[in-house]
Design a protein around this ligand. Structure first.
Ligand code: HAM
Length: 449
């Protein structure tokens, strides 16, 4: 008995699960990903952006220097490791730093300015896993590098709004807008903030106690309850900003009014990354506020120089695809599914199976999404399978059909069958499915040399 128990114990191997905070993108969710990527690529191309992919990991300093030591991302959310030669590397927690590194490394300042780049990539943050917060998540982003003008900031916001509209979620989002001025103006304000917090340190969370010294601006962005209350009563940055930044902001707001984009002026919005200057903005879920912003961005005029490049102004935006999908689902927004099959091919016998392989290939080349049951089940088992796949038509080839060079097409909804020459099957099915519903694919015709 004991031996038996031991044996069954031996057999029980625990199945693996994905690491905490990361998730599989299953086929149902890929339909959303595919649709969203299509929208992004379309809108990006229309506006002259070109796609860039930077490596999944970079030298750790790329992020430390750009995002800032006191930010949550750098201080507690990076996946940092040493390679075999002891070099410190980090999985990218965001896209801007890598794009700027690439811009400088590849001499893109020689290109006509501004350079318009976009990306759709996975990113990694050791965030506390919860709804809308993952440790691997997909972000798409746009960067406009090489020019400073409020009209460019307006255009980036317009592009982001357009994408939200295309995805059917613009109605549930509010655009939060602020300017955080130049670094010099901010310095003065930071001193004022430090004075305000003096004597209140005991009410701050541990992170904020540390940040108060190094970068008191971060305290305005903290999500801990007591810190939020203190931040609400803090002096407002706008009152200490330089004239140029204020005028820049007024001009931007004028453009947004002109193109009919609604916004909420939010003087407390500072964003969680250190590289911003002047314009900052976020799209908030109207119900959940800042907790789960679907996207955010702003101007970063000092970053290129900070990263070793020539002084070059820039502005950009990035959004989280998982959060967008969650909002689309909440709003019951469906996306077109291109995965539905047109035809199922069932067969009986070895000879029929051989014929099927060629037929399936021809059906697919005709633009018909076709699946073949090439296993060993009976015709009835195969038909039940066809039902489960919800195909409108099944092609049946048995011993008689092989001998006579024919095939049967069965309409799965009404159960009517017709027999025809095997050669004529693709054409007949194209007619039944309709040219407009085909999945035509002929990459060979697109290639040129
Ligand atoms: P960010 O606000 O840190 O900005 O991230 C942009 C978006 O990425 C967020 O609004 C959110 O939708 C998504 N996101 C961030 N962390 C997570 C997470 N743990 N799980 C799921 N989604 C997440 C940036 O990254 C800047 N690089 C944006 C930018 C581009 N600024 C200028 N250019």
């Amino acid at each position: 008995m004991a031996e038996k128990e031991e044996k069954s114990e031996e057999k029980k191997i625990e199945a693996f699960r994905s690491p905490r905070g990361v998730h599989d993108i299953l086929p149902m969710d890929h339909e959303y990903h595919t649709f969203i990527k299509k929208v992004i690529r379309h809108r990006a191309r229309q506006a002259g952006f070109r796609r860039i992919s930077t490596p999944i990991f970079e030298a750790t300093d790329v992020f430390k220097r750009s995002i800032g030591d006191t930010s949550d991302i750098v201080s507690k959310e990076m996946y940092t490791f040493e390679d075999r030669k002891g070099r410190s590397l980090t999985l990218k927690p965001e896209g801007t730093a890598g794009v700027v590194r690439a811009f400088i490394q590849h001499g893109m300042q020689e290109l006509p300015q501004p350079v318009l780049l976009y990306y759709i990539e996975p990113h990694f943050r050791y965030d506390r896993p919860q709804k809308g917060r993952y440790r691997q998540f997909w972000q798409f982003g746009f960067e406009v590098i090489g020019e400073s003008d409020p009209a460019l900031d307006a255009q980036i916001i317009q592009l982001a709004s357009k994408i939200n509209e295309d995805l059917g979620i613009s109605g549930i989002l509010s655009l939060q807008l602020n300017t955080i001025g130049t670094p010099e103006a901010r310095k003065e304000y930071m001193g004022i903030l430090q004075d305000y917090y003096a004597g209140k340190e005991r009410s701050l969370c541990d992170s904020c106690k540390v940040r108060l010294d190094k970068n008191p601006l971060r305290l305005l962005d903290c999500k801990e309850e007591d810190c939020v209350i203190l931040a609400q009563l803090a002096p407002v940055m706008r009152d200490y900003l330089d004239k140029e930044s204020v005028e820049y902001h007024e001009e931007l707001v004028g453009y947004l009014d002109e193109i009919g984009i609604e916004y909420t002026e939010n003087p407390k919005l500072i964003r969680g990354l250190d590289y911003y200057t002047k314009t900052v903005f976020e799209f908030w879920d109207k119900d959940n506020g800042s907790q789960n912003a679907i996207g955010g961005g702003g101007r970063y005029d000092g970053l290129l120089e900070l990263m070793g490049g020539q002084p070059t102004p820039a502005v950009g935006y990035a959004a989280g695809i998982e959060r967008i999908i969650a909002n689309m689902k909440r709003e019951r927004i469906r996306v077109p599914s291109k995965d539905t099959l047109h035809v199922f091919v069932a067969q009986l016998g070895n000879e029929a199976k051989k014929k099927c392989l060629g037929l399936i290939d021809r059906l697919r080349d005709s633009g018909l999404k076709t699946m073949g049951a090439l296993g060993k089940g009976s015709i009835n088992v195969q038909l039940r399978l066809a039902d489960k796949f919800k195909v409108p038509y099944t092609v049946l080839i048995g011993i008689t059909e092989v001998r006579e060079g024919t095939a049967i097409i069965r309409d799965m909804e009404i159960g009517i069958q017709e027999t025809l020459d095997m050669e004529d099957v693709p054409e007949r099915l194209v007619e039944l499915i309709g040219e407009e519903n085909l999945d035509k694919y002929s990459p060979g015709e697109l290639l040129y040399s």
